[in-house]
Design a protein around this ligand. Structure first.
Ligand SMILES: [Zn+2]
Length: 193
C-alpha cells in the first residue's frame, strides 16, 4: 500500500493494515522472535490496546509483545493512526492551530507532537553530516543572504538570530541554518572557504 495523499491515509482501515504499512516502511519490526522461546511471532488483534490494536503473539508460549517496542512510536500517548495523520499534516506545513482543529485535539498536544517530529529530523541529520555538506572541487556554492533577526525577550534583552542560506549550484542542494547569539562575522566563519 502506498500513501501519496492525505486521503490515502483513510485506506488504512484496520490496525493490522496500519502495522503492515509501517512494517513496509521499516518503521516497525517485520520479524519478531519471541523473547522467551525465539519462535517467530505473528500479528494478532488486541482490542484492549488503545494505541494500536495489534500485538505480536507467540504461538508456542502464548506470550504477547508490543509491536511498537524499539520504534519511534514506543512511547506514544495517542493512537498511532493519529500520529500518522499529524505527521502528514506536519510534512505539509499545516500549522498547529489548524491541525488541532482538524484532529479535534488540544493545540498543546499537537505542538508537542510536531516538536517530536522535528527532533527526529534533527537527530537523523546529525547522524549523517554528509547530507548537509555542500560544495567541493569545482562546485559553486552561493551564500545568498545573511538575515539578521532581532528578538526582544520578556526581560527586554535583545537577542539576535542569524539565518544563513547556502545553495550548491552543482548538486542543486541547499539549506538554511539558524545560528544563535553570534555576530555576522562569527557566523560567516562557520563557512569553510
Ligand atoms: Zn514464545
Amino acid at each position: 500500500m502506498e500513501i501519496n495523499s492525505f486521503g490515502d491515509l483513510y485506506k488504512i482501515t484496520t490496525s493490522k493494515n496500519l502495522v503492515e504499512y509501517l512494517q513496509n516502511l521499516g518503521m516497525l519490526k517485520s520479524n519478531f522472535p519471541c523473547k522467551n522461546c525465539r519462535q517467530t511471532c505473528f500479528l494478532q488483534t488486541d482490542s484492549n490496546n488503545t494505541i494500536i490494536n495489534t500485538t505480536f503473539y507467540c504461538p508456542n508460549c502464548k506470550n504477547t509483545f508490543s509491536v511498537l517496542d524499539g520504534s519511534f512510536f514506543e512511547s506514544a500517548k495517542m493512537p498511532v493512526s493519529n500520529i500518522l495523520h499529524l505527521m502528514w499534516m506536519w510534512a505539509c506545513e499545516i500549522n498547529t492551530e489548524s491541525a488541532a482543529q482538524s484532529m479535534g485535539m488540544k493545540k498543546n498536544i499537537v505542538v508537542e507532537q510536531f516538536r517530536s517530529f522535528r527532533g527526529v529530523i534533527r537527530w537523523k541529520l546529525s547522524q549523517n553530516k554528509k547530507l548537509l555538506q555542500l560544495g567541493g572541487p569545482g562546485h559553486v556554492v552561493q551564500i545568498d543572504k545573511i538575515l539578521l533577526i532581532r528578538l526582544r525577550t520578556k526581560n527586554n534583552e535583545v537577542k539576535q538570530k542569524l539565518v544563513i542560506s547556502m545553495y550548491d549550484t552543482t548538486t542543486k542542494k541547499g539549506y538554511v541554518q539558524q545560528i544563535y547569539n553570534k555576530t555576522p562575522g562569527e557566523a560567516t566563519s562557520i563557512v569553510e572557504l
